[in-house]
Write a protein of this length. Structure first.
Ligand code: SAH
Ligand code: SF4
Length: 359
């Protein structure tokens, strides 16, 4: 059975051609799946009955199975998805005035082992398929339902769930193409954000193949500290990362990159660190998003206190850098960045539970 969620638009057309069907049939099916949220071929009323019967025999439309669902007191929703063999990933929907942001996972676990991230602590298990990535958007939209004007609730997507999207490049780009395609979700490139810890060669590929808004997990103003917090920095140090950001901006849909900076008490949150940052990013048009550290069991760090965060922000703002402080959402269901953890198997195949999904 071919899962049609695994096809980006061009691949869908090619698959239909292989089965002797014209390109407009692929477009019709895309529209049913993504614009209509349909999974039942019988309901696709503008397809010939013979085609519907054929599709029923050889294809399916299947997103990952939902193992658990939670709703936080602030309306944030979280789904724990079964991706097989003891692995789970999470998807989080954050409703805000006038928009709905879905935080999507791209890998089960992550190989990069950032010091402050619970996903990293689980080790890497496997890449998610295209269907598993776009299936998160498809599932959330269907589950939450269209509004009174017939619009889907997910208006923005951020690839900030579990995993490093640029290390699952092909499937991530396939899913991005479906988010952007007019026959699928038709989101603008500015409303889709890839977050990366700084896989420099893949940033260049993304720029060339499918530029969307870019967020960089910076977290430190110098190589010595970033080597510890974000170990991939040892491979792609800060000067290379800054140069890659500049190259990215040549083709990006936004004229700035967003630097994410998790505030770790006594580690990276001093005025001196802020001043160093200003120097570092001098030639990169950017905004900063300061993220309160989200604790998880056995985390070796603590959240910076608010006066420290505000002082840090003020130093950046005085240098003319727009700086926001991320609101903590879904606190009561552990839905925040870096807290996403299900029951996963790490590469040594031990099954361990790093944190309770509901706290
Ligand atoms: N791998 C990608 C995207 C997923 S992580 C990346 O690293 O960018 C999404 C964001 O959550 C990143 O900015 C990451 O640094 C941040 N994050 C990870 N653990 C966190 C924690 N415990 N508290 C706050 N933010 C965290
Ligand atoms: Fe992986 Fe991102 Fe977590 Fe680092 S912060 S371990 S890159 S998911």
């Amino acid at each position: 059975m071919q899962n049609l969620l695994d096809f980006e638009p061009a691949a869908m057309t090619a698959w239909f051609a292989e089965h002797g069907e014209k390109p407009f049939r692929a477009r019709q099916v895309l529209r049913w799946i993504y614009k209509g949220g349909e999974s039942d071929f019988d309901a696709m009323s503008d397809l010939a009955i013979s085609l519907r019967e054929k599709l029923k025999l050889i294809a399916c439309i299947q997103s990952p199975k939902v193992m658990r669902e939670e709703t936080a007191s602030d309306g944030t929703r979280k789904w724990l998805l079964d991706v097989g063999t003891g692995n789970a990933v999470e998807t989080v929907f954050i409703p805000e005035e006038g928009r709905g942001t879905l935080c999507v996972s791209t890998q089960a676990g992550c190989a990069l082992d950032c010091a402050f991230c619970s996903t990293g602590k689980q080790g890497f298990n496997r890449n998610l398929s295209t269907a598993e990535i776009i299936g998160q958007v498809w599932w959330a939209n269907r589950e939450l339902g269209k509004d009174a004007d017939g619009n889907w609730p997910v208006t923005n997507v951020v690839l900030m769930g579990m995993g490093e999207p640029l290390l699952n490049f092909d499937n991530t780009v396939n899913a991005l193409r479906l988010m952007l395609d007019d026959n699928a979700y038709g989101l603008s490139r500015r409303r889709v954000t890839v977050s990366t810890s700084g896989v420099v060669p893949a940033m260049d590929r993304l720029r060339d193949e499918c530029p969307v808004a870019l967020a960089i997990s910076l977290h430190a103003p110098n190589d010595a500290l970033r080597n510890v917090l974000v170990p991939i920095n040892q491979k792609y140090p800060l000067q290379e990362l800054m140069a890659a950001c500049q190259r990215y901006l040549e083709k990006a849909p936004r004229d700035f990159v967003t630097f994410e900076y998790v505030m770790l008490a006594g580690v990276n949150d001093s005025v001196q660190h802020a001043r160093e940052l200003i120097e570092l990013v001098r030639d990169v048009p950017c905004k900063f998003n300061l993220i309160p550290f989200n604790p998880f069991p056995q985390a070796p760090y603590q959240r910076s206190d608010m006066p420290t965060v505000l002082r840090f922000r003020d130093v950046l703002m005085q240098a003319g850098i727009v700086t926001t402080i991320r609101k903590v959402r879904g606190d009561d269901i552990a839905a925040a960045c870096g807290q996403l953890a299900g029951q996963v198997q790490d590469k040594t195949k031990r099954t361990h539970r790093l944190m309770e999904v509901s706290q």
